[in-house]
Design a protein around this ligand. Structure first.
Ligand code: SF4
Ligand code: SF4
Length: 180
């Protein structure tokens, strides 16, 4: 019998192939416009992470031990993954290290902020929130809106909900492919 980890890995590997085809189609149809959208999305995520880094998020997370990084396998969405494909930088995964997120390591998240799941970047826990100044909070709200706008725009371009977790998106597509 196939274990949950093995099943996740199969879906992940199948999804990678689907993502590469989708990426090629998007480049063929929209070229640099698509790449610019991916770049904006990554930059806004990076800027959000920089705001929290300014209040020593790394130190706070170190003390907490990564509570919000448990069971994170569904955090990586299709647009996050397409950014990884465009940069030839799809993360390596370890689905066996549950409950730790498959994209994490003992030392923390293995992904640079521009390639980190939007869900993880948008989540501001209470410990970090308490350290933020009112202007920093406002800036995070502004950037969050821009990240969400990119997700909406990319979903309109592709006709697919790109905020969907890769594992769910891939598994649905692979099942429909098998039924064809
Ligand atoms: S973001 Fe908050 S909950 Fe998550 S690891 Fe850091 S301190 Fe802990
Ligand atoms: S992707 Fe990174 S930040 Fe997000 S849950 Fe996993 S380890 Fe944590």
């Amino acid at each position: 019998m196939v274990s949950v980890h093995e099943e996740d890995l199969q879906v992940w590997q199948g999804s990678r192939e689907l993502l590469v085809s989708l990426h090629d189609r998007l480049i063929g149809n929209h070229g640099t416009e698509w790449l610019e959208l991916l770049e904006r999305y990554g930059t806004f995520k990076e800027r959000m992470a920089a705001v929290t880094a300014d209040v020593d998020a790394a130190g706070i997370c170190g003390t907490c031990g990564g509570l919000c990084c448990m069971n994170g396998k569904y955090r990586f969405n299709v647009l996050d993954a397409l950014c990884g494909v465009a940069l030839d930088c799809v993360p390596t995964v370890n689905f066996r290290q549950t409950p730790l997120c498959p994209y994490g390591a003992d030392t923390g998240c293995s992904l640079t902020p521009s390639l980190r799941p939007a869900d993880c970047i948008l989540f501001i826990c209470e410990a970090i929130d308490q350290k933020l100044s009112p202007p920093a909070r406002l800036e995070l709200t502004r950037l969050e809106q821009l990240v969400r706008d990119c997700l909406r725009e990319a979903s309109l371009v592709t006709g697919e909900l790109l905020g969907t977790p890769v594992l769910l998106w891939g598994s649905k597509k692979l099942v429909s492919k098998l039924r064809e």
